[in-house]
Design a protein around this ligand. Structure first.
Ligand code: PLP
Ligand code: COI
Length: 371
C-alpha cells in the first residue's frame, strides 16, 4: 500500500479554510460547563484514498458525509480512530498559542491500527500537519482553562460501496475536534467485568479499532444505571489478571510501588501510560510493569491496605477509582488517592507547557512554515 502526498520543500501544504468558515469559528463561544464532546468545531479535515493514493487533506465545513448504505465500514467494521489533544499553552517555554501532545506517537499508533485492519497508512507528516492546521484554524475554541483542551478525533474507515468481504479500495480520513473537559472530572466507580471479554490473543485489542468499543456497550449499559463509569477488563483466558479499562490503561499503587500490566496483544499501548512510566523515576516513584491479579487488588482493599487504583488515557488524563464492584454483588470503596493527583497535576503541567518534558511530547502548533 502506498501513501502519496503533495510535498513542497518539506511542507505538506494543507490549504487554509475559506474566510466564511473562519468567520463561523469567530462567532462561537464555549459552553459553560464545557463537558466532553458537546460542541464540535465547525471545521473538520477530510481526505479520501482512491486509486492507490491519499489526496492531501483539506479543511472543510463540519457536515454529514454522504455514505451509501452498502459502504464497507458499515457492514464489516473496517474503521479505526485516535484520541488526542491540543492544550492552550499557559507557560513561557514555547511561543505558540497551543501545544499538541505527542502527535507523532498518535500518528504512529494510527498507522499501526490502520495496518492491523488492512487499511492504507497516512504519512505521519501529513497526519501531524493536518492536526496542526485544524487546531490553528479553530484556535478561538481551544479552552484557556487548566485541564481543558481541544479534543481531536482522527478517524479512518473503509469507504468502498461494495459488500464483498475484502478490504475497501477507498478510504475516508476525517479529523473532528471538540473543546472539552477531561472525560471524568470526579473519581469513578469501576465494574470488574467477569462475563464478557474486551480482547483475545491475536485480536485487535492492541489497536484502536472502532469495533473494540462497540463490543463493550452491551456490558456497560446496565452498569451505568447503577452509577458505574467504566468496565475494568480481565484477561480473556483465565479471568485472573487486570488488563485495562474500556477507554483507559490501569495502574495500581500498593506496597510502595506503582504497577501497570505489561503490554500484550490484548492491551492498548496507551500514550498516557507510556508517559507515566517515563515520568515515574524523575518524580521519585517506583514503577513496575507486571501482571496484577484481580484478587490481589480485592484482598488488599478488603484488608484496608493503603492502595490506589486509577485509569489513564488521553480523554480522561488520570481518573482515580473510588469504588469497585462486580456481578456477585461485591461493592468496595478505596481510600482517597495520593499519587494519582500528583501525577495528574504534573502531566497537565506538561500538557499546558508549564513544565518541561522529553523531546517531541510538547508540539507547538503553527510554528513551522505554513502555506
Ligand atoms: N486503553 C484503551 C482501550 C483506550 O481506548 C485508551 C484511550 O485512548 C487508552 C487505553 C489510553 O490510551 P492513550 O493514553 O493513548 O489515550
Ligand atoms: C481517548 O482517551 O482519547 C479515547 O480514545 C478513549 C475514548 C474516549 C473512547
Amino acid at each position: 500500500m502506498s501513501t502519496v502526498i503533495n510535498r513542497d520543500a518539506g511542507s505538506v501544504r494543507i490549504a487554509p479554510a475559506s474566510e466564511e468558515l473562519k468567520a463561523g469559528v469567530e462567532n462561537l463561544t464555549l459552553p459553560d460547563p464545557l463537558g466532553f464532546g458537546n460542541l464540535m468545531t465547525p471545521i473538520m479535515a477530510l481526505a479520501y484514498y482512491r486509486d492507490g493514493s491519499w489526496e492531501t487533506p483539506r479543511l472543510t465545513a463540519l457536515e454529514p458525509l454522504r455514505l451509501a448504505p452498502h459502504t464497507q465500514a458499515l457492514h464489516y467494521g473496517q474503521a479505526i480512530f485516535e484520541g488526542m489533544k491540543a492544550y492552550r499553552n499557559l507557560g513561557s517555554l514555547f511561543q505558540s498559542r497551543s501545544l499538541l501532545f505527542r502527535p507523532y506517537d498518535h500518528a504512529n499508533r494510527f498507522n499501526r491500527s490502520a495496518r492491523r485492519l488492512g487499511m492504507p497508512p497516512i504519512d505521519e507528516e501529513v497526519f501531524v500537519e493536518t492536526l496542526e492546521q485544524l487546531v490553528a484554524h479553530v484556535d478561538k475554541l481551544v479552552p484557556n482553562k487548566f485541564a481543558q483542551s481541544l479534543y481531536l478525533r482522527p478517524a479512518m474507515f473503509g469507504a468502498t460501496d461494495h459488500l464483498s468481504v475484502t478490504p475497501s479500495t477507498e478510504y475516508c480520513f476525517v479529523v473532528v475536534a471538540t473543546p472539552s473537559d477531561a472525560f471524568f472530572t470526579t473519581p469513578i466507580k469501576a465494574w470488574i467485568e467477569r462475563r464478557y471479554s474486551r480482547a483475545g490473543a491475536g485480536g485487535t485489542g492492541c489497536v484502536k479499532a472502532a469495533g473494540n468499543y462497540a463490543a463493550s456497550f452491551a456490558a456497560a449499559a446496565p452498569l451505568r444505571e447503577q452509577g458505574f463509569h467504566q468496565l475494568l477488563w480481565l484477561d480473556a483466558n483465565s479471568r485472573t489478571y487486570l488488563e485495562e479499562f474500556t477507554a483507559m490503561n490501569v495502574f495500581i499503587r500498593w506496597n510502595g510501588k506503582l504497577a501497570t500490566p505489561p503490554l500484550s496483544d490484548t492491551i492498548l499501548p496507551g500514550i498516557t501510560r507510556d508517559s507515566l512510566l517515563a515520568l515515574a523515576e524523575p518524580l521519585g516513584l517506583d514503577m513496575e510493569e507486571r501482571a496484577v491479579a484481580v484478587n490481589e487488588l480485592l484482598d488488599a482493599i478488603r484488608a484496608g491496605a493503603d492502595i490506589e487504583l486509577f485509569g489513564c488515557g488521553t480523554g480522561a488524563v488520570i481518573a482515580p477509582v473510588e469504588a469497585v464492584g462486580d456481578e456477585s454483588g461485591l461493592r468496595l470503596c478505596l481510600p482517597a488517592p495520593t499519587v494519582a493527583p500528583t501525577l495528574r497535576k504534573h502531566l497537565l503541567d506538561i500538557h499546558h507547557g508549564l513544565a518541561p518534558a522529553p523531546k517531541g511530547w510538547q508540539w507547538p502548533v503553527g510554528t513551522r512554515k505554513q502555506p
